[in-house]
Design a protein. Structure first.
Length: 568
């Protein structure tokens, strides 16, 4: 990481604060301002990534049983949340009126529980700053050449302070304090710009856009509550993945984000906008672990049908399915698993063996024999949780346990050989993996994984339907051991993904897990026992709504933990 003093020179000041009462080291990231001793750690180095995988470590759905009857919600932790690359791209696009922002050169954020927005794992590194600086000059040149009228309310240095106040409000997502106004307006001084107003604009804008006040979202609060502007950002980034619009800024300025009714009205407004579809689609891709399909390697000799257009079609299908069911059709949790249709274009319909389809994505009915419809039949899900050259009962079984049931499996013994069995053209995948359940050392864990994963064997490594493998019949019968918890000793047989879908649709653990997954995505951290009452309330509201998906999204913003913060 680079020195804070170097960053301070870029800002034209000796330090930076991020508003309210918390502070942030300009480069090293947030200080310990959580109020509960849970310091946000620095990002692990690229050579020693530490915990950046999807390895479970939280308390999962067990947290729902930790809230005593009648106990109030605990306030949320105080956080500083670094904008993800996608949030940064969206925010710069709005600020600079540029829909072609490219942030692909930025370091990928670490994933925690599948999500890339964990506040405790992401901070600015020297590589971030270098990439920000290299990208900023051409972006600002383009903005000042093509969008000057939308950005600058005047034409000379006499309105420098007015520009700083206007642009700074949007960039920092709150009004600038007096000392900030003075500091940024001073960047228009003739000894810095040579009396070139455009140079002053560029210097002020670039300084604000590499400030921690821009790069981090503040969720620190004042007097135990998020400020009105912090609430505006929290709502906007939750439902849109970008900065607040003018209506949210106006609501914040007028104190109209103070009541549950006001928050609910804004939540419903935001979810009614097309930007919510992209954001919800991103949640579904990270929740289901299928966003890697666009870059996943598949052996072309084994899967010649798998190409870039098919990858994109699979992702499009998933996002359309989730968005239509949640935001348009007012669908329920059970319909996530029991849908009797797919969204497909002609290529995907042909791949699925369905009739119909066109160049456009349309809703197509499915047959029972196709085993499509619902989450478990999605090509993106099936492809993501498979190997490059074969299906994977382990990956698919673990997917169900981790992403759909939120059940944490114990790690394998340190001395256990976890190398998967090699390919064998004389056996099915199921036969090759039989050792997992016949070997006692493996069976203690794999009894929970393979029995579920075998139910997916009707689909190959790219999600194509199959009835044979290596000229042998495929057995897609499975067993779900521990339906509601790993310790409940139940064992339910099923045959294929549609019967497994029925089990999950009715599972209370699966219903709670969905609520927990959205809670993790929304709050940007892993749950602890202090979140138990918030999660229980969220689940209770979910049940009251007859498990309506959209109502879960709305009710999350009405939790006390969304708007209240622990004292310092």
């Amino acid at each position: 990481m680079i020195k804070a003093t170097r960053f301070a020179l870029w800002l034209g000041c000796a330090g930076a604060t991020i508003g309210c009462s918390g502070s942030i080291d300009p480069i090293l990231g947030p200080s310990d301002s959580s109020g509960d001793g849970s310091k946000q750690p620095s990002t692990p180095s690229e050579d020693s990534p530490g915990k950046t995988s999807d390895t479970p470590s939280g308390i999962g759905t067990k947290v729902f049983g930790l809230c005593a009857a009648g106990t109030e919600e605990a306030p949320g932790p105080r956080l500083l949340r670094l904008l993800t690359p996608r949030e940064l791209q969206n925010t710069l696009g709005v600020l600079l009126h540029n829909s072609q922002i490219d942030v692909s050169s930025l370091p990928l954020p670490p994933r925690v529980r599948g999500y890339d927005n964990n506040a405790n794992a992401s901070v600015v590194t020297s590589r971030h700053v270098d990439e920000y600086l290299s990208a900023m000059e051409p972006l600002l040149d383009k903005a000042l050449n093509e969008q000057r009228g939308n950005l600058v309310p005047c034409s000379d240095a006499s309105c420098a302070r007015q520009f700083v106040a206007t642009f700074g409000l949007r960039a920092f997502r709150r009004p600038l304090r007096e000392e900030e106004l003075t500091r940024y307006a001073a960047l228009f001084a003739s000894d810095l710009t040579g009396n070139d107003f455009t140079a002053g604009l560029k210097l002020a804008m670039s300084s604000m856009l590499i400030s921690p006040n821009f790069l981090y979202r503040s969720e620190l609060g004042e007097n135990g509550k998020l400020t009105q502007y912090e609430l505006a950002s929290a709502l906007s980034y939750l439902y849109w993945g970008t900065m607040p619009d003018q209506a949210l800024f106006d609501a914040a300025a007028n104190g109209q984000l103070s009541t549950k009714a006001q928050l609910e009205a804004q939540a419903r407004r935001l979810l009614g906008d097309s930007k919510a579809q992209d954001q919800l689609g991103q949640f579904s891709l990270q929740w289901l672990g299928s966003d890697g399909v666009l870059s996943a390697f598949k052996d072309a000799a084994i899967y010649p049908a798998f190409n870039d257009s098919l990858r994109k079609a699979m992702v499009e299908e998933q996002t359309r399915f989730i968005n239509d069911l949640t935001l348009t059709s007012n669908g329920s949790f059970a319909q996530l698993f029991r849908a009797d249709y797919v969204w497909a274009n002609s290529q995907l319909a042909q791949f699925y063996g369905l009739s119909g389809g066109s160049n456009e994505f349309t809703k197509l009915p499915v047959t029972a024999a196709s085993e499509r419809g619902g989450l478990l039949g999605l090509g993106a899900v099936l492809t993501a949780h498979a190997h490059s050259n074969e299906s994977s009962p382990v990956k698919r079984g673990k997917f169900v346990r981790d992403r759909l049931l939120c059940q944490d499996l114990p790690p394998p013994p340190a001395n256990l050989d976890t190398t998967p069995p090699g390919l064998d053209p004389t056996l099915t995948t199921r036969a090759r993996f039989a050792k997992h359940t016949s070997d006692a050392a493996c069976a203690s864990c794999h009894q929970f994984i393979d029995g579920v994963g075998f139910g997916f064997e009707g689909f190959d490594g790219i999600g194509a339907k199959r009835s044979t493998e290596n000229d042998l019949p495929v057995d897609e019968s499975g067993t779900l051991v521990g339906v509601e918890a790993l310790s409940d000793k139940t064992s339910v047989p099923f045959d294929g993904v549609q019967e497994l879908s029925d089990l999950l649709a009715d599972s209370q653990s699966a219903q709670s897990c969905f609520a927990l997954q959205y809670y993790r995505f929304a709050h940007g951290y892993e749950e602890t026992k202090e979140d138990a009452c918030s999660l229980s309330k969220l689940r209770e509201k979910f049940e009251d709504s007859k498990l309506t998906l959209k109502e879960l999204l709305v009710n999350l913003a009405l939790l006390d933990s969304f708007s209240k913060r622990r004292p310092e």
